[in-house]
Design a binder for this molecule. Structure first.
Ligand code: 13P
Length: 277
């Protein structure tokens, strides 16, 4: 069923686990993430977000994700990832999204506060929860570029940010980056200080490629949602590439999509079992 309210993340926070949020650009990925949630009987969030709309038509991807969520045999949230456009955010809230992220992390602090507070007003009117971001998680959301970490989240500023915006969850920058980055390490001391300073659940973007042990420690320190994208793209591409030589001759595109979907489902199951229980 489609997730309602903040329970999906607040329950994870109380139970000391993290809900998995997985990037989706197409039908096969949406199906794979939902199937993994059903297989593990764990809640999942479908990230059908701003950068994904550059690949897939917004209305079509939203309808796809929302329909899959409504008919799922487990709790499935549909989450707007990395939105910087309040009109787009309003559209998604009205379409039925269960949560949204307003990403003002690249703006000066006051501008980030103002934009995020506006997002909270729009979303809370419809019972939709909001994630904000403070500090800068480096890297590209759609391709892996091996970047350095951006500006880290300041714990005291985080407290002020949460207080003034009313966000329900806070994405932090503690050494995490988008995409695979073999040198990325989490600053767990900073994370512990942020945890002391703010009461809302914390969100870890850029979970792909981080050592599992570090992610587990981060969950113990208050991370209740982890975002995964690059690992799913890699799983999809590797499976499709492996299947292609046999499939090309028969023009069997369905075989390629099926292989990609299975690989993504397996990857999501692994992530859910590692961090979601
Ligand atoms: P990765 O691509 O590193 O998994 O990051 C995903 C993400 O944070 C989406 O918001």
């Amino acid at each position: 069923m489609l997730s309602q309210g903040t329970a999906v993340i607040s329950n994870a926070s109380v139970d000391g686990r993290a809900v998995g949020a997985f990037a989706t650009y197409n039908l096969e990925q949406v199906e794979a993430v939902v199937a993994a949630g059903e297989q593990t009987e764990l809640p999942v969030l479908l990230l059908a977000g701003s950068s994904h709309f550059r690949h897939a038509n917004r209305r079509l991807l939203a309808v796809l994700a929302l329909t899959a969520a409504e008919h799922a045999r487990t709790e499935v949230g549909v989450h707007l990832d990395h939105c910087r456009d309040l009109d787009e955010l309003r559209w998604c809230v009205e379409a039925g999204y269960s949560s949204v992220m307003y990403d003002g992390s690249h703006d000066p602090f006051e501008q980030n506060v103002a934009g995020t507070a506006d997002a909270v007003r729009i979303a809370h009117d419809r019972g939709v929860w909001v994630e904000g971001e403070l500090g800068a998680v480096g890297g590209d959301e759609d391709v892996s570029t091996g970047v350095r970490t951006g500006a880290m989240t300041d714990p005291q500023q985080a407290a002020e940010f949460v207080d003034r915006t009313g966000v329900d969850a806070l994405a932090v920058a503690v050494g995490n980056v988008h995409g695979f980055s073999p040198d990325a390490r989490l600053d767990l001391e900073r994370l512990a200080e942020i945890r002391q300073a703010v009461s809302v659940p914390l969100v870890l973007h850029g979970a792909s490629g981080l050592p599992a042990e570090e992610v587990r420690k981060a969950i113990k320190l208050g991370v209740a949602k982890i975002n995964v994208n690059a690992e799913l793209r890699r799983a999809y591409l590797d499976a499709a590439a492996a299947a292609l030589p046999d499939l090309v001759e028969g023009a069997d595109a369905v075989g390629m999509w099926r292989a990609g979907r299975q690989a993504v489902q397996q990857q999501v199951v692994e992530t859910l079992l590692a961090y979601g229980t």
